[in-house]
Design a protein around this ligand. Structure first.
Ligand code: ADP
Ligand code: ADP
Length: 218
């Protein structure tokens, strides 16, 4: 479970996120909807401990990010700007991540299998399609077998097959009892993916409701 309370982020005079209070529960996919520039990425970066709030806080299973002992076993993320070392094979990329986080090597084969990249594990990701790059990003996020997964605009630019695959994966992860939080600027995408919906606009909370109720009322 992730709890945000009064989360605020300012960049100089510009307020990116203002007083966000909501929680994300395990067991269902929670969608995070808002137009471009609404503050979704800024919020997710703070939820991941990658950015400091100007005000307010984020708690993960009751703890602040800095208090988590093995962060990758708590929370995994697929962010929009990912960097993969161009000289490393997919396997090597995962191996480095596993080593620096004390994750057993056998997890590498498990996550490669989970995302369907076993056959190209010895290839360099620079030759990968966008969809394969996303799969490698998801393999990285899953490496620590985290209870919480966050996906920032994961289906942008993917073909229908890739979109379908990611959508089903997120639903499966939630059905396993994990907390899954996914952002999109498209309501049509959220409606097909999420059971619960958090909506923001101009950095402020606009709705926090079940998808069924949101559709009924809008
Ligand atoms: P409430 O009845 O407390 O107002 P809602 O109507 O907002 O709850 O939510 C409807 C369903 O969504 C309930 O089953 C509730 O447990 C679930 N739910 C509520 N908030 C969240 C959340 N942040 N993440 C996931 N599921 C949630
Ligand atoms: P979204 O992910 O919903 O598209 P963002 O979180 O990326 O929105 O951006 C929210 C707002 O904060 C935008 O107006 C953006 O220009 C601004 N912003 C984001 N990061 C920075 C930054 N590092 N410096 C200044 N402004 C920023």
């Amino acid at each position: 479970m992730i709890e945000l309370s009064d989360l605020t982020k300012r960049y100089g005079a510009k307020t990116a996120v203002e007083g966000l209070t909501f929680s994300v529960r395990p067991g269902v996919v929670t969608g995070f909807l808002g137009p471009n520039g609404a503050g979704k990425s800024t919020t997710m970066r703070m939820m991941l401990g990658l950015d400091h709030p100007t005000d307010g806080e984020v708690r993960i299973d009751g703890r602040r990010y800095a208090e988590l002992r093995d962060p990758l076993t708590f929370i995994g993320a697929l962010l929009e700007a990912r960097s993969v070392h161009p000289g490393r094979t997919a396997y090597h990329h995962l191996q480095c991540l596993a080593q620096s986080n004390g994750i057993p090597t056998r997890r590498i084969d498990e996550v490669l299998d989970l995302v369907g990249l076993t056959a190209v594990a010895r290839k360099r990701p620079k030759g990968f399609s966008l969809g394969m790059g996303q799969r490698l990003g998801i393999a990285s996020a899953m490496l620590g077998d985290p209870r919480i997964l966050m996906f920032d605009e994961p289906v942008n630019g993917l073909d229908p097959e890739g979109i379908h695959w990611i959508r089903n994966l997120m639903k499966r992860l939630a059905a396993e009892g994990r907390t899954v939080f996914v952002s999109s600027h498209l309501m049509s995408e959220m409606a097909l993916t999420a059971e619960h919906l958090v909506v923001i606009g101009r950095g402020r909370l606009l709705a926090d409701t079940s998808m069924a109720r949101f559709i009924e009322e809008n």
